[in-house]
Design a protein around this ligand. Structure first.
Ligand code: ADP
Ligand code: GLC
Length: 504
């Protein structure tokens, strides 16, 4: 395989820029996408290279790296180094932008260990964007110039605006993974960063007298995408657009929703090294053993006959965790129901979860923290997976749940609406039902969906088994979506977006 690879003729040259990528560094779904989409694109024959900041975790996990260039970046506290390595498993080449004063820190890419945003995030990610621009224009002398830069989320939002000043610029595609995070700073930050003055304009980075990174990605890129068709529609409305609905609507002819795929090697219940009892569609009895192991891991009595709900995710308003908290006391009035929850995030939610676990020690299991193994074991062991998100650009956990035979209970929004089919007589009869879907972002709607799930589980176990199998048979691998991105790359290359500053 690897010998063949060196003689292979590649299709497009793509530089994929992101602030996190599995397995190097991860706080959420962006990392899963930045880890798996480049690999899928390489399998389609494209020369895709990943570029990330050189966080300590990324350096440690990448292993061997070489210094490819040392260069000056405007405003950087010291010369920046470009390091090169390769992700062992996928073979994807990786560049790390190494600026120790900015990236060699404890904590995560965006926050200090106590959870507060780094005060200099604008400076840190502006440096990253500037380094990517130098790499993408081959000013670092590597002899490789991408046809297109695929940038992701606000941390990469300055790449397209900065490239717009380059005479021979590569094409650009900007993916919005979550429009609620925008990278908005004050005018003083714009000045401090010494960005080209024409960018301070209504058609540029100015956003209600502030300076917006994400607006740069949206206004200057040749194509904009987001991670599900439904979210692409939603963000063009005031309810979901966080003030950017007008601009997105204006750019609708270049704005597309492409559903994320998942990595079917990392998330395969039959080969997953993080679960105790591998299983597949034909060996579902083994799945039950994972349920028992999960109960034990969370300190709950291993009751065979319990309906076990699960939750994994960031503990933030978006995810509707508070709705779960509201229904727990009612659920606990019923017998044979347990719930396990894994997450980290807002302090008040963490505390509430802990309180629930204390109040119902035999029924509610909580782990506050980030733990990849537990996330896999929850998918493999719980019967139903709760995702009552207020909004959800795509959502990956419901896709993992489908693959692992946990029935997702989701709100009809974004990617959840695009991937889970509600269970009712018609979808049961035609074999399309895969989970439970509810409409309103409140506790009573969630309650009625959970109630329907409990009823099916208790009263019609054979039907439950069928829904589970329908879900496990779905194909959410990257193949189709990666091809869609290639089409968009070609479209971006063929139709450059006129410079919005010149258009006036
Ligand atoms: P988001 O990107 O909004 O956080 P997604 O559903 O797209 O939501 O992706 C979340 C990813 O992060 C999944 O891979 C999930 O398993 C993982 N994850 C979230 N919280 C935790 C946690 N506390 N421990 C382990 N994995 C987590
Ligand atoms: C974001 C979204 C999530 C999506 C992920 C990957 O973090 O919140 O819905 O699945 O990005 O695109």
């Amino acid at each position: 395989m690897s010998k063949k690879r060196s003689r292979r003729t590649w299709g497009l040259k793509i530089l994929f820029a992101a602030s996190e990528a599995h397995p190097l560094i991860k706080t959420g779904g962006l990392a899963d996408v930045a880890g798996s989409l480049p690999a899928a694109l390489r399998n389609l024959g494209h020369d895709v290279r990943l570029v990330l900041p050189a966080y300590p975790q990324a350096l440690e996990r990448l292993g061997e790296v070489e210094t490819l260039a040392t260069f000056e970046v405007v405003n950087a506290p010291e010369p920046v180094r470009l390091l090169g390595g390769r992700i062992a498993k996928s073979g994807v080449p990786v560049y790390l932008v190494d600026s120790p004063p900015y990236f060699q820190r404890a904590g995560n890419p965006y926050t200090s260990p106590n959870g507060a945003d780094w005060q200099d995030n604008a400076d840190r990610f502006a440096l990253f964007c500037r380094a990517v621009v130098q790499l993408a224009t081959d000013r670092l002398g590597l002899g490789w110039k991408p046809d297109l830069v695929h940038a992701n989320d606000w941390q990469t939002g300055l790449i397209a605006p900065l490239l717009s000043f380059e005479p021979q610029r590569p094409a650009t595609l900007f993916t919005i993974h979550n429009i609620a995070y925008q990278g908005v700073f004050d005018h003083a930050a714009f000045n401090r960063l010494q960005l080209p003055t024409p960018l301070w304009s209504m058609n540029g980075l100015e956003f209600h007298h502030h300076f917006s990174f994400i607006k740069g990605g949206i206004a200057f890129s040749d194509i904009i995408s987001t991670v599900s068709p439904t979210y692409a529609q939603e963000v063009q409305t005031p309810e979901y657009g966080y003030g950017l609905e007008g601009l997105l609507h204006h750019r609708a002819d270049r704005f597309v929703g492409v559903l994320n795929g998942i990595d079917y090697e990392v998330w395969n219940p039959n080969t997953d090294p993080l679960i105790e009892h591998p299983f597949d569609l034909d060996h579902l009895a083994k799945r039950r053993q994972n349920t028992r192991a999960l109960q034990e891991e969370f300190g709950l009595p291993p009751d065979e006959d319990t309906l076990l709900f699960g939750y994994v995710g960031r503990l933030v308003d978006q995810k509707g965790v508070d709705l779960i908290l509201q229904i727990i006391p009612g659920l606990m009035e019923r017998t044979r129901i347990q719930i396990v929850m894994l997450g980290t995030g807002d302090l008040w939610l963490e505390q509430h979860l802990d309180e629930m676990a204390e109040r119902y020690p035999d029924r509610v299991g909580v782990y506050i923290g980030y733990d990849e193994g537990r996330a896999h074991r929850i998918e493999a062991g719980c019967d139903a997976f709760l995702m009552p998100s207020r909004f959800e650009p795509c959502g990956l956990n419901q896709l993992y749940s489908l693959r692992y035979g946990a029935l997702p209970v989701v709100r009809r929004t974004g990617g959840l609406a695009d991937t889970v089919v509600d269970t009712h007589p018609e979808t049961l009869a035609n074999g399309t039902a895969t989970g439970f879907v509810f409409d309103d972002p409140n506790a009573s709607s969630l309650w009625s969906a959970v109630d329907r799930a409990a009823l099916l589980y208790r009263e019609r176990p054979e039907e439950w088994g069928k829904v589970m199998k329908n879900g496990m048979r779905q194909d959410f691998s990257w193949n189709r979506s990666a091809e869609h991105y290639v089409e968009l790359y070609r479209r971006a290359i063929a139709n450059p977006m006129p410079n919005p500053l010149v258009m006036g």
